[in-house]
Ligand binder design. Structure first.
Ligand code: PGA
Length: 246
């Protein structure tokens, strides 16, 4: 399957940072994998115009579950699609923590994303305390069961395993730990969805140019969701290069 390197800019980036997009496309015009940037909502439209006709796709970082209505400050999936997004990150641990998002809420947003024709990038992962308690597989299994609705296919879902304790910390699980969770998620997907072998499973959490190749070489790792290292074209480009040579 064609792999995917996705960048999550989080609450970073103004119009000046669109220069990073131009720089990335200059160094990686034909990358051999899919590339995606998820900038803040304010940049989705402008970035979409900038990348038209290139190999870089644009996604958003969240959407509301409703189609429209009285939800001040929120953005619907259809609005994101209209702005040029093809993907939307849902259930990122920072949203689960900062905004109290539940598995049921993520599930409703996934349905909303599909209704608007967006590819849902559903995130799941255990906290450090849950890993220490030996609960990793039961936590991600529950998140997968309750966050991902029926009807998932390789064309409408990307799953990202992001251990909460690895996000933005510079710490990563061992390769064996990543492989264990990814093969577990693959089996769980296969038990529910036809064509599950083609659903992309990304690893996220402190992916950097110097650890990307080893992570990408693991079975059932179909790409990465990159936070901090996606903000600079040189770092993101190095990760893309690592993926295409892994
Ligand atoms: P990080 O973030 O690469 O900065 O650890 C990953 C993410 O939150 O998607």
């Amino acid at each position: 399957m064609r792999k995917l390197v996705a960048g999550n800019w989080k609450m970073n980036g103004t119009s000046a940072d669109l220069a990073e997009v131009t720089a990335l496309l200059a160094t990686h015009p034909a990358p051999g994998c899919d590339m995606l940037f998820c900038p803040p909502a304010t940049l989705v439209s402008r970035m979409s115009c900038l990348v038209r006709g290139t190999t870089l796709a644009v996604g958003a970082q969240d959407c509301h579950a409703a189609t429209a209505g009285a939800h001040t400050g929120d953005i619907s999936a259809a609005m994101l699609a209209d702005a040029g997004a093809s993907h939307v990150i849902l259930g990122h641990s920072e949203r689960r923590t900062d905004h109290g998002e539940s598995d049921a809420g993520v599930r409703a947003k996934t349905i909303a994303a599909w209704r608007a024709g967006l590819i849902a990038m559903v995130c799941l992962g255990e906290t450090g305390a849950e890993r220490d308690a030996g609960e990793t597989l039961s936590v991600v299994g529950r998140q997968l069961r309750d966050s991902v609705p029926e009807g998932a296919t390789a064309a409408n879902l990307v799953l990202a395993y992001e251990p909460v304790w690895a996000i933005g910390t510079g710490r990563t699980p061992t390769l064996a730990e990543i492989a264990e969770v990814h093969s577990f998620l693959r089996r769980e997907l296969a038990a529910r969805f036809a064509g599950a072998t083609e659903i992309r499973l990304l690893y996220g959490g402190s992916v950097k140019p110097d650890n990307a190749a080893a992570i990408f070489a693991l079975a059932d790792v179909d790409g990465a969701l990159v936070g901090g290292a996606s903000l600079k074209a040189a770092d993101f480009g190095a990760i893309v290069t690592a993926l295409t040579t892994a």
